[in-house]
Design a protein around this ligand. Sequence first.
Ligand code: GLC
Length: 586
Amino acid sequence: MAWKLLKLALCLCWLLAETQADSAKDKKAKEVDDNWWRHEVFYQIYPRSFKDSNGDGIGDLKGITSKLPYFVETGITAIWLSPIYSSPMVDFGYDISDYRDIYPDYGTLDDFDELIATANQLGIKVILDFVPNHSSDKHEWFKKSAARVSGYEDFYVWEDGTEENGERKPPNNWVSVFSGSAWQWHEERKQFYLRQFTKGQPDLNYRNPAVLQAMDAVLTYWLKRGVSGFRIDAVNYVFEDKQLRDEPLSGATSDPNSVDYLNHIYTRNQEENYGLIQHWRKLLDDYSEKYGGPARIMMTEGYAELPQVMEFYEDENGVQGANFPFNFDFITELNSESTAQDFVFTIQRWLIYMPPGHSANWVMGNHDNPRVASRYGAKSVDAMNMLLMTLPGIGITYNGEELGMEDYRDISFEDTVDQPACEAGKDNYKWISRDPERTPMQWSDEKNAGFSTADSTWLPVHPNYQELNLANQQLAPSSHYKVYQSLIKLRSSKVLKDGTYTAQALNRRVFALKRELRGQPSLLTVINVSNRTQQVDVSDFIDLPNRLTLLVVGVNSQYRVGERLKPDEIRLTPYEGLVIQLKPSK
Ligand code: GLC
């Protein structure tokens, strides 16, 4: 009997211990790393152009997985992928026909799971593009909506328009971003549907709660497959004026088909967009809390005025929205003509407007805009990466920018595939086309730059690949890639993570930025944005007597890493940048 009691007591103890261990494990598993993204470099992959694994001339998921070790070597720990979902590819994946499946030429859901599993093993987080504003017209939802299938009638924005002399006219003057009326006549339904991009991208109707519900389920679906968050596409286009009022003329052009013809006060930046993002933030936060691990985050794409962009961080009541809205200032506000003052002013402006407690971010390039080497000039590549990496907060790199890849602007009209460029016609396509910045990644000097073994690739490879490629840059004693790599390494320093930021134009051609943190050596980045050699004196900017040691220099620098500099004699060749360590001299 005593033995039985003892056994029971032992059993109970064991059970109790197990339950405690379980709940400790649970608790541990549910801990959320809230801050992992605050100083991260996010690397954007354009999947079609990154790496082709099966020789069809189109990049794919297996290709990306095969290149994950490249990120480890580079020091990248988070990637975001432009859309990989089923799509007729009218807008190369930004027209989604099934939000829960993979575009067959990119692979399968199994390939995706493998990508995530390998990335996890290598310590790389994966962010997916999420396109809420519109689906493809080949999506089941649209087909059902067009056929007025019950429950889907109002999934999209349908309107009768008016009739004039037997001809149907759109309900108002709204124009598409890609030119022409934003209203598309649908013969089957005998109504217009709204499409702010191509006619293959009908706008979803978020005033219908069923749409929101369906999209929430899509987000959860990918979260369950292990993604760490989303880049939300074209978020400032989601809601439009309920009354469908005409937009006023902007006066910028007399072409009524041009997107610049109107002042978009009723189709962009409507108040309700913020509510939608706050709703999704809560969904992500709830998910992170429930399952633990890295905070699942959201970065939003919206080209807008600064106060409108800032509202995505949080609203005036402090309700949280995106973890960060993309800062496109290096693309939209600055260029090769900008002065040192322009740079300091533009950087400062973001920091001034950003609500307290948030993280800044700096987008250097993307698949919609010319590359850094083509916007700022090939000589600026290293300096711009120095800037990106030493500013406070998050850096965003578009694939190929670490090599200084250039736009291939000379793609013929016959080879052009970007829809708005095709629509613009042979005489106007060249400067509208986004193909030049989307050409295949230049891995090596092998066939098709090592991107694909196919006889032809979906876009031509830039002919400069024989010299400009990763393999060459890995072998060279100094290269853009090596500069990039050393900058990422430097980012793990405390001063770049947590240090304060001060910047100053030393003259109209050179500016300096300083990062400081008590007990740590300070960092100074000095950049010449002009085509003239400059000699500058930073003594006043750095106050204390300091020992200046070079940490990072560009490819063509006369200086060497480790070299000492005199504060009053810093010579910068055209477009040169330097990253310097400051230590108080005794
Ligand atoms: C975003 C994408 C762009 C796409 C558009 C429509 O701006 O970055 O590539 O064409 O949305 O989805």
